[in-house]
Write a protein that binds this ligand. Structure first.
Ligand code: ADP
Ligand code: MG
Length: 335
C-alpha cells in the first residue's frame, strides 16, 4: 500500500514499517517502480537508472518480482504444496538449494540469538495465529506442549532429503523469508546492471547504490501511529522492522503480537518496534531483537560489528544502538 503524504512516499507492507522519502529535485535519471502482492504483503521494487534504460529497468524489476513469487512457492508455510508445507505434513522432501539456503540462514540466526529467533517452532506460531483469529488466548498447557515441539536437531537429513522428526512439528520462515527474497531480488537487479535500487517486501528491505545520487532515506513510522519516529540515511544493505503495530490482538487490555518468545511460548512484550540495519539478514535480526528486547538485544548487536538497531518502546521512547547517532530528526550510521 502506498500513501502519499506531503511529499513522502510511504513504503509500508502488512506487518511493517519503512518508508522512503522522495527527492524534490528533478534529475536526468529515471525512476521506475513496480509492485505486486506477494508473500502476504505488497512487494515494491524501485530502480533508478539512466534515462533511456527505463524499459529494461522495468523488465528487470518484473523479473525480480517473478523470482520472489517463485521463492514464495517454495517457502510459504501457508501453502500445503510448498517445500516447507510438505515437510510440515510429515513428508520426506528433496528440498531445493534455495530452501536449504533459507534454512541455513534461519538456523544460523537461531544460534547467534541464543534461540530467540527460532523457525522450528511453527506449530507454536500457528497456534497463536489461530488465537489471534479467534480473539482468545490459548491454554497455558497447550503452549508448553508446543514449546517442546521443535528444535534444529529434529530437522533430519537422510540421503539428501529432509524430514521433520516429530509429528505435528512445523517450520515457519515468516521471520526470515521476506528479507531473503528481497536480497535475492536485489542480487538479480545487480546482475542485470541496475546497481541503484530498493526492494521492499512489506518492510523487509534490500537497498543498493543510491537514490539518484543521494543516500536512500527511509522513514520509521511510530508503531502506535504517532507520526514518524525519525528518518534514516541508509547505507547499501538490508533494513527491516519487526513489531506489533499491525498483527496483534487484545485480551483484558493486554496486547498480544505475532512475534513469539519460543522459550516461554508467549508473545514477546515490552517493545513496540525494532528496526534493524545490517549488511545482510536484517529481517531475522529484527525478529530476534524484538524477542530479546533492548537490553539483551544491544548485547547481541555488540557482537555483530556492522549491525545497528532502533528500538521503539510502547510509550514511544527510542533507543539507538551505539553505532547510530541522531542529528535532529535524522538517524545516521556513525562513521
Ligand atoms: P513480519 O512477518 O511482519 O515481517 P517478522 O519478520 O518479525 O515480521 O516475522 C514474524 C513472523 O515470524 C511471525 O508471524 C511468525 O510467522 C514467525 N515468528 C514468530 N515468532 C518467531 C520467532 N521467535 N522466531 C522466528 N520466527 C518467528
Ligand atoms: Mg523478520
Amino acid at each position: 500500500m502506498s500513501v502519499g503524504l506531503a511529499g513522502v512516499a510511504l513504503l509500508t507492507g502488512l506487518g511493517l514499517a519503512a518508508r522512503h522519502v522522495r527527492s524534490a529535485t528533478a534529475t536526468p535519471r529515471q525512476r521506475v517502480r513496480v509492485a505486486r502482492a506477494l508473500m502476504g504483503t505488497e512487494v515494491e521494487v524501485v530502480v533508478w537508472s539512466a534515462a533511456g534504460r527505463a524499459s529494461a529497468a522495468r523488465a528487470a524489476a518484473e523479473a525480480a518480482l517473478d523470482d520472489i513469487a517463485r521463492l514464495e512457492g517454495l517457502l510459504s508455510d501457508y501453502r500445503a504444496d510448498s517445500e516447507i508445507g510438505r515437510l510440515g505434513r510429515g513428508e520426506t522432501v528433496l528440498v531445493s538449494a534455495d530452501t536449504r539456503a533459507v534454512l541455513a540462514e534461519a538456523r544460523s540466526w537461531s544460534e547467534r540469538s541464543g534461540g530467540a529467533f527460532d523457525a522450528t517452532r511453527g506449530a507454536l506460531y500457528q497456534r497463536w495465529r489461530a488465537a489471534r483469529a479467534a480473539g482468545q488466548l490459548p491454554a497455558p498447557g497447550e503452549l508448553s506442549a508446543l514449546v517442546a515441539l521443535g528444535g534444529w536437531d529434529e530437522v533430519r537429513e537422510e540421503a539428501g532429503r529432509l524430514r521433520l522428526g516429530r509429528p505435528g512439528m512445523r517450520l515457519d520462515l515468516g521471520g526470515v523469508a521476506k528479507g531473503f527474497a528481497a536480497e535475492r531480488a536485489s542480487a538479480l537487479l545487480l546482475e542485470r546492471s541496475f546497481p541503484d535500487h530498493l526492494v521492499d517486501c512489506g518492510g523487509d528491505l534490500a537497498v543498493a547504490g543510491s537514490r539518484d545520487g543521494a543516500p536512500w532515506r527511509l522513514a520509521i513510522p511510530d508503531p502506535r501511529g504517532r507520526g514518524v519516529v525519525a528518518t534514516l540515511l541508509v547505507r547499501p544493505g538490508t533494513v527491516a522492522t519487526s513489531g506489533d503495530a499491525q498483527r496483534f490482538f487484545e485480551v483484558g487490555g493486554v496486547r498480544y503480537g505475532h512475534i513469539i518468545d519460543p522459550r516461554t511460548g508467549w508473545p514477546a512484550r515490552g517493545t513496540a518496534s525494532v528496526t534493524a540495519l545490517a549488511p545482510e539478514g536484517a529481517d531475522a535480526l529484527a525478529t530476534a531483537l524484538y524477542v530479546l528486547g533492548p537490553e539483551r538485544g544491544l548485547a547481541l548487536l555488540a557482537g555483530l560489528p556492522e549491525a545497528h538497531a532502533i528500538f521503539v518502546a510502547a510509550d514511544g521512547a527510542v533507543r539507538l544502538s551505539p553505532g547510530l547517532r541522531r542529528r535532529g530528526a535524522v538517524i545516521e550510521v556513525a562513521r
